[in-house]
Design a binder for this molecule. Structure first.
Ligand code: FA5
Length: 341
């Protein structure tokens, strides 16, 4: 066998052996057997010295080519072994990430969200549209357009978080009625649920951030009777039973006459507790007939249009419905509390 034939034989052997490597260590060993310092292919090259110049050229070239091809076969095989390795590892070591968490429990709606959805259903069934507005509002939308003059004492009724740019965190959802008044063509009926913010002392029935639902109806000849009927429907559907309410005169610059609708405290049944401050009643839903100035300030003619508006305290409604004796539970994130709903 001449040197060239010997090279062919070695290449064939090497190709087979390298291709059958079972893992990377085996591959390194096999590679070394042919391409290492003392490898079979390397040793053939060492014998080149005994050949003629002509043979040296052809056999040398052939040996170089074969050695390059073998290097390529080695790197291909290494890649295959790596992929195979990952595959085998993932088959052996897989685990169910969800199972690793243990028992999972489905989430539930927060009681405030639940009642909000219920109220949205009640009002949409009466033909109301649902309106939204941003939590950061302009002073004008929150106060100015609602007939609060700059020095109006009512501004102090709702301690306000102001932002550096002159805007504020809305103190009530009445800012949503302003947006509706400016966008919609009367007649219209809207409700506007949302989160509001006030710089207040926190106690059993007061939070610094809470939820309200604004309601507004604008049309021809809207009366206090229409307003009271709407509120009765709302309360009887939410509570699914008769609840005692009372109306007191109220004061808000954007409604005239203004009323406070109180609900008989459902936590103590009216006998007095920390939620109702021992009075047996809880302030729930102020309301009134839209003040003519509000129509004027928002581009509508008060001689042509009438309306009513109300602002329901959603947290307090939830407290009354479920007999919750402290508003702070609602924003606590306490799962033991929330799971009950
Ligand atoms: C207002 O916010 C008026 N914008 C409501 C209104 C709308 C009047 C339309 C007339 C026409 P008031 O500040 O009273 O009003 O708040 C309304 C309701 O929000 C209260 O009756 C109460 O249920 C709830 N509320 C007020 N302050 C808090 C508080 N700190 N924590 C929880 N609920 C509150």
């Amino acid at each position: 066998m001449n040197l060239s034939e010997e090279l062919d034989k070695i290449f064939e052997e090497a190709n087979r052996l390298i291709g059958s490597s079972v893992d990377e260590a085996d591959l390194d060993k096999n590679k070394n057997e042919y391409l290492g310092k003392k490898g079979k292919l390397t040793s053939v090259l060492k014998n080149l010295a005994s050949l003629s110049i002509e043979e040296k050229k052809t056999v040398g070239q052939k040996a170089n080519d074969l050695s390059k091809s073998l290097e390529e076969i080695v790197s291909k095989t290494r890649e295959n072994l790596k992929t195979k390795g990952f595959k085998e590892q993932s088959e052996k070591e897989w685990f169910d990430v969800l199972r690793a968490l243990g028992e999972t429990e489905p989430g539930t709606l927060h009681p405030i969200t639940k009642i909000q959805y219920e109220i949205e259903d009640i009002f949409t069934s009466m033909g109301f549209e649902i309106w939204d507005g941003p939590e950061v509002e302009t002073d004008f939308n929150n106060f100015g357009a609602l007939n609060f003059t700059d020095d109006h004492p009512a501004r102090d009724m709702q301690d306000t978080f102001y932002l550096e740019n002159g805007n504020l965190l809305r103190t009530h959802t009445s800012a949503i009625q302003v947006r509706a008044l400016r966008k919609l063509k009367p007649p219209f009926k809207i409700i506007g649920p949302g989160r509001v913010f006030r710089y207040e002392e926190v106690d059993a029935s007061h939070e610094t951030s809470f939820y309200q639902i604004e309601g507004m109806v604008v049309g021809k000849d809207i009366s206090a009777g229409n307003m009271l009927y709407t509120m009765e429907v709302l309360l009887s559907r939410v509570f699914e039973k008769e609840v005692k309410t009372r109306l007191r005169p109220g004061f808000f610059p954007f409604v005239e006459p203004a009323f406070e609708l109180d609900i008989n405290c459902q936590v103590c049944g009216g006998s007095g507790c920390s939620v109702c401050k021992q009075s047996g009643w809880l302030e729930l839903m102020p309301c009134g007939l839209v003040h003519p100035n509000v129509f004027k300030l928002n581009g509508l003619d008060p001689k042509e249009w009438t309306g009513f508006a109300f602002g329901l305290g959603l947290d307090r409604l939830v407290m009354m419905k479920y007999g919750i004796h402290d508003i702070r539970y609602l924003h606590s994130g306490n799962l033991r509390f929330l799971k009950q709903f």
